[in-house]
Design a protein around this ligand. Structure first.
Ligand SMILES: Nc1ncnc2c1ncn2[C@@H]1O[C@H](COP(=O)(O)OP(=O)(O)O)[C@@H](O)[C@H]1O
Ligand SMILES: [Mg+2]
Length: 270
């Protein structure tokens, strides 16, 4: 199975656009300077991945991003023997490459990964900073610059999908939330090319949808979805169609709930 689609390596390019929401940049820099691993907690689409990309570029470190899923194994992170032209060769996984190169390794949605994955991380998160590779007998000491970052969404009410205390107590943790309205207007305008005046009602609608979290909706609308709506509008799509496709349909499959959400759209846009 080709898993390369879930793994991306980025070089140190110009830092991608990121608006700070609190003191997360200083905290991340302090963590990086002191070899401390960081856990980012927060709802989907609120800027966690963008923040890590921004910080890796700022620090001038390469970034390996792994999108975790429920059959991601330790071998997917560490590496495996592969047949190449009749020979068996060892191929490093993204975690091993990051450890060797002194890169940032970002495990997105880490709670999705299988349990054996978190165990692999433990010796990397204390002052040993080593990665033992059972299959080759190697024990790699992390190069200077190696940093482990993980993210997860604590919002999903799934008891099984939470980090064990023995794992989470190894990370500094930063809580993320959706940006305050003025910052979100700036972000959405910048990302979509739609002017701020036209973005403002979309962000206002976003606030109203988020207020329904825990009642009619499991999750409010993400900044990402507001960017999608604005992008469609900037390309000439009618506002109500763009809003329905990007900000209403993705949130619910329930016809009654959807009608209620469309009433909110009418209240905001008239
Ligand atoms: N603080 C921010 N600065 C810049 N862009 C942001 C910010 N927060 C959210 N975004 C926008 O929202 C999109 C989704 O954010 P992302 O980092 O992918 O979310 P997460 O990883 O939390 O699910 C980004 O692609 C970006 O367009
Ligand atoms: Mg993400």
């Amino acid at each position: 199975m080709n898993r390369s689609a879930t793994i991306a390596k980025e070089g140190a390019a110009a830092a991608p656009f990121y608006i700070e929401q609190g003191d997360e940049i200083a905290l991340f820099e302090a963590a990086a300077a002191n070899d401390l691993p960081v856990l980012l907690k927060g709802p989907t689409g609120c800027g966690k991945t963008r923040f890590v990309a921004h910080m890796a570029a700022r620090l001038g470190r390469p970034l390996y991003t792994v999108a975790c899923h429920d059959d991601l194994t330790a071998a997917d992170l560490i590496g495996r023997y592969l047949l190449k032209g009749g020979e068996t060769v060892w191929v490093d996984g993204p975690l091993t490459r990051a450890v060797r190169e002194g890169a940032v390794c970002y495990l997105d949605e880490v709670v999705e990964a299988r349990k054996d994955v978190t165990v692999v991380l433990h010796p990397l998160t204390d002052d040993r900073r080593i990665l033992p590779i059972d299959r080759t007998g190697e024990e790699i000491e992390a190069a200077p610059g190696f940093m482990l970052v993980a993210s997860y969404n604590p919002g999903y009410q799934n008891i099984l999908k939470t980090l064990k205390p023995s794992t989470r107590q190894r990370f500094l943790a930063l809580e993320f939330d959706f940006p305050p309205p003025e910052a979100e207007v700036e972000i959405v305008a910048r990302e979509s090319g739609l002017d701020a005046e036209r973005v403002r009602p979309l962000v206002r609608l976003g606030g109203k949808l988020r207020a329904l979290k825990g009642q009619d909706l499991e999750e409010g609308v993400s900044t990402r979805l507001i960017v999608y709506a604005a992008t469609l509008i900037a390309q000439g799509m009618k506002v109500d169609r763009a809003v329905e496709a990007a900000m209403i349909e993705p949130l619910t499959d329930d016809a009654d709930v959807k009608r209620g959400l469309l009433d909110l759209v009418t209240a905001v846009f008239g």
